[in-house]
Write a protein that binds this ligand. Structure first.
Ligand code: F7E
Length: 340
């Protein structure tokens, strides 16, 4: 695709949350299109980055065009310095505390990183001479218990979880900075999006990893909370493709990224276990520890705007994902066993 607004032939992107599921897919997609990619990473004693390290090993060009910088989300001086030094054309803000269940236990740090972290970046951008186009990863959790179904970009926000409240604040700040200060700032309002790189504490990956382990005789049970929640699950690399398209438009806007279909946790569980010849009922335990004080039960997105404006179509269904992710977990466990 032609990237019309660049003055130089090699666009540059900066990604917060580059080590996460979405950050790693987006990095691959941008590098494959000839971008130089800079990523912010947190300074920890653990330098293994399981989703990014294979990129450095796989293709030599990645070593030349991918750069990581240490910066926490609340370290505004360092982020400002990196922005001034790297002069990105596009800034993808994917970082934050993203676990909804955990946000009930750690509401302050959820708001500090997910809400205030976004505002701090917007404030830095406001002062920059060269302002990159900005994408904030928002969430269907902003809709909470909505009055209408499916939800679109105009559905009122009614969050019911600390994470949803933090994302609502960040989403509205992005809108405010777009309208009041003229930033090219967009919200990608993402419904659940999954892949074999999904963190293991999210329900899809927890299920597919357990199905793989049980099928290989490595475990015998899976412990979950409520199976009733319904989710609009799509494929993570398809959603990062749409995020990139959002920053190639003539004008900034918000887009719902969703499939428009929902499935229950139980349906996903059933599909994953069936794909390796198991009946989940023989292995399921339920524990209130995984149940939440408040739960969004019926969120489903209307992706019409993204389809029309971006020409984007989500192709992978939740049941495809259940099978693909279980197969990937089986393969990875087999590789691990072969190498030890
Ligand atoms: C759009 C939104 O999407 C994600 O948030 P989420 O929907 O909360 O995702 P999840 O995989 O944690 O839960 C899905 C459902 O599964 C139920 N559930 C049952 N048993 C367990 C269980 O054992 N663990 C978990 N995690 N969930 C369980 C749980 O109660 C809920 O009904 C994030 O990416 C978030 O960042 C985001 O923006």
């Amino acid at each position: 695709m032609a990237l019309r607004y660049f003055s130089s032939p090699m666009p540059t992107a900066l990604i917060t949350g580059i080590t996460g599921q979405d950050g790693s897919y987006l990095t691959e997609q941008l590098l494959d299109q000839g971008y130089t990619v800079h990523g912010l990473v947190r300074r920890t004693s653990n330098t293994v980055r399981s989703r990014l390290d294979p990129l450095f090993h796989n293709k030599d060009v990645y070593n030349k065009n991918l750069f990581l910088h240490y910066a926490d989300l609340d370290d505004t001086t360092t982020i400002r310095r990196i922005l001034v030094k790297t002069q990105p054309d596009e800034l993808y803000h994917l970082a934050g505390q993203s676990h909804v269940g955990a946000s009930f236990d750690i509401p302050e740090s959820t708001c500090q990183f997910t809400a205030m972290g976004t505002l701090k970046i917007l404030e830095i951008l406001r002062d920059l001479e060269k302002q990159p186009r900005f994408l904030h990863i928002s969430s269907s959790e902003i809709f909470g218990r909505p009055d209408e179904s499916p939800q679109n970009e105009h559905t009122p926000m009614r969050p019911v979880t600390p994470y949803g409240v933090a994302k609502t604040f960040a989403t509205q700040m992005v809108q405010l900075y777009r309208e009041s200060f003229g930033l090219f700032a967009c919200n990608a309002i993402c419904y659940n999006h999954e892949s074999p790189r999904r963190g293991e504490s999210f329900v899809t990956r927890k299920i597919t990893k357990a199905a793989a382990e049980i099928s290989l005789g490595l475990s015998d049970e899976i412990v979950l909370g409520s199976l009733d929640g319904r989710r609009d699950w799509g494929s993570a690399p398809e959603y990062t493709t749409a995020m990139h398209l959002m920053l190639q438009q003539d004008a900034p806007d918000d887009y719902v990224l969703a499939t428009g279909q929902t499935h229950s946790v139980e349906e996903f569980l059933d599909a994953a276990f069936r794909s390796v010849g198991l009946d989940y009922q023989d292995h399921l335990q339920q524990n209130p520890k995984y149940m939440r004080p408040a739960e969004v039960t019926r969120l489903v997105g209307d992706p019409t705007h993204a389809k029309k404006q971006l020409g984007w179509t989500p192709a992978t269904t939740a049941l495809d994902l259940a099978k693909q992710m279980t197969a990937a977990d089986v393969e990875s466990l087999k590789r691990l066993a072969a190498s030890s």
